[in-house]
Design a protein around this ligand. Structure first.
Ligand SMILES: Nc1ncnc2c1ncn2[C@@H]1O[C@H](COP(=O)(O)OP(=O)(O)O)[C@@H](O)[C@H]1O
Ligand SMILES: [Mg+2]
Length: 270
């Protein structure tokens, strides 16, 4: 859970090259490395406001790294990140993050309502008493994801789909303008997938921006407006209708795009 609780905003030099106040997230020349091998190399990407965007690429492509670097959770070797045209320090409060479920320590002893209240701490201040209004906001967020009645459960006792809903509720409680989600549909049941997509579409209809790492190529066209393809390097971006092409997928996945996935895409007409 440590990863989700430390939100240090450490970023290098910024210039105005990526300062597009209309874009909820724009990166330029982003290079991130865990050792000598870069996980992301000189990546440019600009996401549209008020839209649902997918980040697509094979395992190990640097998708999670991209979100973490955009959040300042891991340092970049070089490059810049602009959020609504601002640097991270100024814009951090406008971003909510739902980490990849597999990366979270679910044995951490905490209740559902406390996880959601974490989304309010930035407003609350860590040591202020939780007011009735804060608790009501957290309860409302739980209701929006269909998890009312689970407030006092231990998070470790929930199913994968329920855990994902709770983390989405925590993000909702933040009342952010930009929502970053890492594989929100991985390992969840069909009902949860539907519930999550409905919540995300509601956010979009209120003008908020959603960017999700998405692993299921067969639903990209149905769920998303915009796509960013990545495999260490940026492999393409744009409206799904024009950028999500077999050529772009071949470029991104190389020879590794499974035949079954290509078949799925043919079936869905992408
Ligand atoms: N904490 C870490 N330490 C070392 N290498 C890492 C770490 N996190 C990710 N990597 C490596 O960086 C690359 C990109 O990882 P990641 O961003 O998690 O990919 P994706 O989310 O696209 O599957 C992979 O090769 C992965 O093994
Ligand atoms: Mg990942």
């Amino acid at each position: 859970m440590a990863e989700t609780l430390t939100l240090a905003a450490t970023h290098g030099a910024r210039t105005d090259r990526a300062a597009d106040p209309a874009s909820p997230l724009a990166v330029r020349g982003l290079t991130v490395s865990y050792g000598d091998k870069p996980a992301l190399f000189s990546v440019d990407a600009t996401f549209p406001a008020g839209a649902m965007s997918a980040i697509v690429g094979p395992n190990g492509a640097g998708k999670s790294t991209f979100l973490k670097a955009a959040l300042g959770l891991i340092p970049a070797v070089s490059g810049e990140v602009r959020v609504f045209g601002q640097g991270l320090a100024a814009a951090r409060d406008r971003i909510a993050y739902v980490p990849q479920r597999a990366s979270v320590d679910w044995d951490f002893p905490t209740t559902v309502i406390d996880v959601v209240l974490m989304g309010r701490y930035r407003r609350l201040g860590l040591f202020r008493r939780v007011s009735r209004a804060e608790r009501a906001a957290a309860t409302d967020a739980l209701a929006r994801v269909g998890m009312e009645g689970f407030a006092d459960r231990q998070i470790g006792q929930l199913s994968g789909g329920q855990q994902q809903r709770v983390f989405l509720a925590r993000a909702l409680a933040q009342e952010a303008d930009l929502y970053l989600l890492d594989e929100p549909f991985a390992g969840v049941d069909a009902a949860t997938e539907r519930a999550i997509i409905d919540v995300l579409k509601a956010l979009k209809s209120q003008g908020q921006s959603v960017i999700a790492v998405h692993h299921d190529l067969s639903t990209v066209a149905e769920y998303f407006d915009h796509v960013f393809l990545v495999n260490v390097r940026a492999m393409g971006e744009g409206p799904v209708a024009t950028a999500f092409t077999p050529e772009a997928l071949a470029r991104t996945y190389g020879g590794r795009l499974a035949a079954t996935q290509l078949d799925q895409l043919r079936l869905t007409g992408a």
